[in-house]
Design a protein. Structure first.
Length: 151
């Protein structure tokens, strides 16, 4: 089983968006038994909170199922547990490395790296542009899905 952890600052906007977008792709391809997909935060600010209403609106617009999500913080143990730990921007990557100490197995990447870009996925908590974030998450998740199913 391939285990993927998406990570952003608070775990209420970008990382759950990526989690459930990729989960939908996996489910539609009939591959749900091959993947375990989750998400986490680098901060403690939103621990226990549900998905942001802006992300929930995107899920409704695009018929993306999501259930039972509560924000949690990434832990050092997650590095051992997951095959891929995927951040949304450079600050996420720095904080992920701070949490885990180092990345000797090269498991930590930014999502859009899989799409051949060094761009960050903007935090819609600040921009208010959930549709722009969704487009970037979709691009990254499609490229990640293609990578994982062909390698």
């Amino acid at each position: 089983m391939i285990k993927i952890l998406f990570v952003c600052h608070g775990n209420i906007c970008r990382s759950p968006m990526a989690q459930f977008v990729l989960q939908k792709m996996v489910d539609e391809a009939g591959l749900s038994g091959r993947f375990y997909i989750d998400s986490a935060a680098t901060s403690t600010e939103e621990i226990g909170n549900g998905i942001h209403y802006g992300t929930m609106q995107i899920f409704r617009q695009h018929h993306i199922p999501c259930t039972g999500h509560r924000a949690r913080q990434m832990t050092r143990h997650d590095y051992e547990e997951y095959d891929h730990l995927i951040g949304m921007d450079d600050a996420n990557i720095r904080n992920m490395l701070r949490i885990v100490g180092s990345d000797p197995m090269h498991k930590i990447h930014k999502l859009l790296e899989y799409a051949g870009s060094s761009r960050a996925i903007a935090d819609p908590w600040y921009t208010g542009e959930f549709d722009v974030t969704y487009a970037d998450v979709l691009e990254g998740c499609q490229a990640l899905f293609d990578f994982l199913t062909t390698h």
